[in-house]
Every structure is written in structure tokens, then in C-alpha cells.
Design a protein around this ligand. Structure first.
Ligand SMILES: NC(=O)c1ccc[n+]([C@@H]2O[C@H](COP(=O)([O-])OP(=O)(O)OC[C@H]3O[C@@H](n4cnc5c(N)ncnc54)[C@H](OP(=O)(O)O)[C@@H]3O)[C@@H](O)[C@H]2O)c1
Length: 219
């Protein structure tokens, strides 16, 4: 049974993780940390195998201290980090294994592998669409930024729509002479990301310190 410390248990993703854990006998959430329950959390060293973080970028300093004091792997799905915060995660990954992914779905991991095969002259013509629910804080989405980076295009090539309750849609459009290729991924439930994060929490446990992605996990 994998013992999980869950940061951000009350959010949309935190609730999806708890829902998936309740239906499984492979995982147990032994400690939850919401924004009000950090007092003594770093020092108390709960017995955990892995920390899963689906909170917000503002929690990063506390999460880093937590990971350092527990000395266990981190699976983070948080998006919207600044460059300095990403460097902070990179530095932490020299001490413990970290899987940080803007999208925990197998579909997006495979899409990223497909994009690595696309001819370079197609990539530079690519446009991206990112559609999410209206409460989403970061625009463009972390996934859209990752795909743009994979394609080598700027974030100006991303069109973002924030509307209704859309869980997450990403389209990559290649406009070619006399033809158009569209590859689209639609997330139909947050349990998709939760299952990916839980799978990652098993996968990461015997890894050396380093920064991993879902592409590594599904390779
Ligand atoms: N990688 C993926 O596959 C994936 C998929 C979906 C979303 N995400 C990302 O995951 C993150 C969470 O998404 P969401 O939709 O669940 O957001 P959400 O519903 O807004 O939930 C965020 C939660 O973070 C908590 N939080 C804020 N500061 C905290 C702190 N210092 N310590 C502990 N908890 C803290 C809040 O807890 P309180 O209620 O206690 O304030 C809130 O419940 C976002 O960055 C989002 O973009 C990633």
C-alpha cells in the first residue's frame, strides 16, 4: 500500500485524487495539507512514501521544505510556476526524484511523442488551441505551453478560451499547403489526471533523484 501525503486536498484535483484512492486498494492517503494546515507539518514527518501536490504555485516554498524534510519523491501536477520556481523544482530534483507534469494523462504523453516525429517545417507553422473552465487561473495552460515548447513555437501561437466547465481541450493545428492536420485531445474527467498522478506515485518510488515527466513514465 503506497502511503500518500496529499497537498491541496480540497481543490478540484485534490478531490479527484481522493475519489480514485477510495476506489483502489493500492493507495492510502495518510496526511492531507490544505492552505490552513501547515503548522508543524514540515517538522512532524508523517510516514509517507510519496508526496502528491495539486495545490497552487504560492505553496511551493512550503512544499520544497516538506519534501526536503520527508526525503521522499514528489509528484506535482501544479501549473503556472514562474521560471524561478521551475528552477527551484529543478534544484530540489537533485536531492529527490520528482515527476512534474502539466498534464498527467497518457493521451497528452503520447501526443508529445507524436509531435517529436513531425517534420520541423510543419512544427513552425503550428497553432494551438487551449480550452478550459472559467476558474482556471493560468493562461495559456501549462499543457499548451509544454506543447508549444515541444513544437518550438512561441506562446503567441496559442489561442486560449476560458468558458463554462470544460475540463481541458488541446488542439494542435498544422496548416500545410492545401491541407490541414488537426490533432485534438479532450479530457472528459479529472479522474484521468488523478489516475495518472497515482500511477506516477508508484513509478517514481525507485527512481534516482532527477526531474521526470509523464513521457518518461509512458516510454
Ligand atoms: N497536471 C495535471 O494533469 C493537472 C490537471 C488539472 C489541474 N492541474 C493543476 O493543478 C492545480 C490545482 O488545480 P485545481 O483545479 O484542483 O485547482 P483548485 O480547485 O483551485 O484547487 C487548488 C487548491 O489548492 C489549495 N492550496 C492553495 N494554497 C495552498 C497551500 N499553501 N497549501 C495547500 N493547499 C493549498 C487550495 O486549498 P484551500 O482550499 O485550502 O485554500 C485549493 O483547494 C492547478 O495548478 C492546475 O492548473 C494539473
Amino acid at each position: 500500500m503506497t502511503k500518500i501525503l496529499l497537498v491541496g486536498p480540497n481543490g478540484r484535483m485534490g478531490r479527484a485524487i481522493k475519489d480514485c484512492v477510495a476506489k483502489s486498494n493500492e493507495y492510502e492517503i495518510t496526511r492531507e495539507l490544505d492552505s490552513k494546515s501547515w503548522k508543524n507539518a514540515v517538522e512532524e514527518k508523517a510516514k509517507v512514501d510519496v508526496i502528491i501536490d495539486f495545490s497552487l504555485p504560492a505553496a511551493l516554498n512550503d512544499v520544497v521544505k516538506l519534501v526536503e524534510s520527508h526525503n521522499v519523491p514528489l509528484v506535482s501536477g501544479v501549473t503556472g510556476y514562474s521560471q524561478a520556481q521551475l528552477q527551484q523544482i529543478g534544484k530540489l530534483s537533485q536531492k529527490v526524484p520528482i515527476l512534474h507534469s502539466h498534464n498527467m494523462s497518457p493521451g497528452i504523453a503520447w501526443l508529445r511523442r507524436v509531435l517529436s516525429q513531425v517534420p520541423i517545417e510543419w512544427k513552425t507553422q503550428a497553432h494551438l488551441i487551449d480550452i478550459h473552465h472559467k476558474e482556471k487561473r493560468d493562461t495559456p495552460s501549462g499543457t499548451a505551453k509544454t506543447l508549444a515548447e515541444d513544437l518550438g513555437v512561441s506562446i503567441e501561437q496559442i489561442s486560449s478560451i476560458r468558458s463554462g466547465s470544460a475540463i481541458g481541450l488541446h488542439s494542435v493545428i498544422f496548416s500545410l499547403p492545401d491541407e490541414e492536420l488537426v490533432i485534438e485531445h479532450r479530457a472528459l474527467s479529472r479522474n484521468l489526471f488523478a489516475r495518472g498522478a497515482l500511477q506516477a506515485s508508484l513509478w517514481i518510488q525507485n527512481k534516482r533523484p532527477g526531474l521526470y515527466s509523464m513521457v518518461d513514465m509512458f516510454s
